[in-house]
Every structure is written in C-alpha cells, then in structure tokens.
Design a protein around this ligand. Structure first.
Ligand code: IYR
Length: 229
C-alpha cells in the first residue's frame, strides 16, 4: 500500500510523491526514443486552415501549465484567438510592425542570419492557422482589491511553459510557429489585456499545409553543446 497521507510541515501540506523508475538499459532506450521523436518537431510557417477541436487546445494549455514556475506563481495567461476578424486585425498590426522591422529596424547581420529561413514581413499564417495562442507574461499579479503581488523569474517561467506547450502540440500531431512580432504591444490593446500582462510569444497552431517545406537545417551536435567536468 502506498502512503497517500498528507503531512503538515511547518503548517504547510505536503503529499507523498512517487514516480516510475527504469533500469539503466530502459532509461537509455526511453531517452533515445524521446529524443528521436522530439527531433521530428519543426517550426512550420505554412498552415492549413483545417479546424481543430477546441478541447485539444484546452488540453495543450493544461499541459503547458504543468511547467515549473518561480514560487509556483504560474505567471502566464494564454489568449486563444479563433475569431477570423480578430485574426485579421492581429495580422494587419503584426505586418505593419514587421514591415518596419524588416525594412528599417533589423541589422544587415540579422537579415542575413534569417536568409536560410526565408522569412519576410508577410504573415499570412496569422489568418490561416485555426488558432493563435498569444502567451502573456504576468510581470506581477493583481489582487482583487488592486494590490500588486510579485512574480519571480517571469521570463524563465513563461519560457518553460512555452517549451512544454510546443512539445504538447508536437505530441498532438499538430505544428506551431514561435512568432515574435516586434514590438508586440499591439497585442495588449487588441486583446484588451490588463496592465500587469506583457505579450511574450504568439504561437499559431494547426495542421501543416499540404506539401509543406521547411528549411534544411542541422541541429548542433553534442560536442558543440555539451561540456563535461
Ligand atoms: N520577428 C520576425 C523576424 C524573425 C526573427 C527571428 I530571431 C526568427 O528566428 C525568425 C523571424 C518574423 O517573425 O519574421
């Protein structure tokens, strides 16, 4: 019988935690299989407009929200946009900023670095993808009576949640794009977010279009990313 009893430590409840463990061989096999599966994830810019059931999106966000966060503050809000009119407004505003960025704000080096990806200021996926998940970070929380409550390691926390979200999307058989229109404050006004929230990432989710191509890119190998001591 496993112990399911809550223990009170210094006035705070703790519950027993168990997690399956594996033999060394099994761990090598499982970790390798997971890597091979995750390595098939690609950022996709060419979406189909095929609809996705909303419960899928809800599950993806539940998965994202299992991410660790500073002091367990969960400093994130996920705005999900499927309304065609709003998607068009987002596209229009994003393209306005992106055009300015590509034509005047980004350095030559940056533009050259993007050439292998063949991106430009046009963002049709903002209207085509069935859902846009706009992730906001909460710089601080607001109590119902308007008091500010601190959040901690907000960028790390929300970045981790977005990573969890991307793997969940991959697991569901869907694709995503981590889009960062710059600046993105137009999302605060278009989505009428409160003053404590800042846009973090815009993630279109959907099926890839038929005959989608992605850039032929290599990932760094272990010797480039691993230092052992
Ligand atoms: N935000 C622009 C530019 C862009 C920047 C990076 I760094 C990328 O990896 C890809 C694009 C855009 O979304 O096109």
């Amino acid at each position: 019988m496993t112990n399911t009893e809550t223990r009170i430590i210094d006035g705070y409840p703790f519950i027993p935690y168990t997690h399956p463990t594996y033999s060394d061989e099994e761990m090598v096999r499982r970790s390798s299989e997971y890597y091979l599966w995750l390595n098939q994830r690609r950022t996709v810019r060419d979406f189909s407009d095929r609809p996705i059931p909303f419960p899928v999106i809800e599950n993806l966000l539940l998965a994202a929200s299992t991410s660790p966060s500073g002091a367990h503050k969960q400093p994130w809000t996920f705005c999900v946009v499927s309304n065609g009119h709003l998607k068009s407004e987002i596209r229009l505003a994003a393209e306005k900023e992106e055009k300015e960025s590509y034509e005047n704000r980004m350095s030559r080096e940056w533009l050259d670095d993007l050439k292998p990806l063949q991106t430009d200021w046009r963002k049709p996926f903002l209207e085509v993808a069935p859902y846009l998940i706009v992730v906001f970070k909460k710089a601080y929380d607001l109590t119902p009576d308007g008091k500010k409550k601190n959040n901690y390691y907000v960028n790390e926390s929300v970045g981790l949640a977005c990573g969890f979200l991307l793997t969940a999307i991959h697991h569901a058989g869907l694709v995503a794009l981590t889009h960062t229109p710059n600046p993105m404050n137009f999302l605060t006004s278009l989505l009428r977010r409160p003053e404590n929230e800042r846009p973090f990432l815009l993630i279109p989710v959907g099926y890839p279009n038929k005959e989608t191509y992605v850039p032929k890119l290599d990932r760094k190998n272990l010797s480039e990313i691993l230092v052992t001591y």
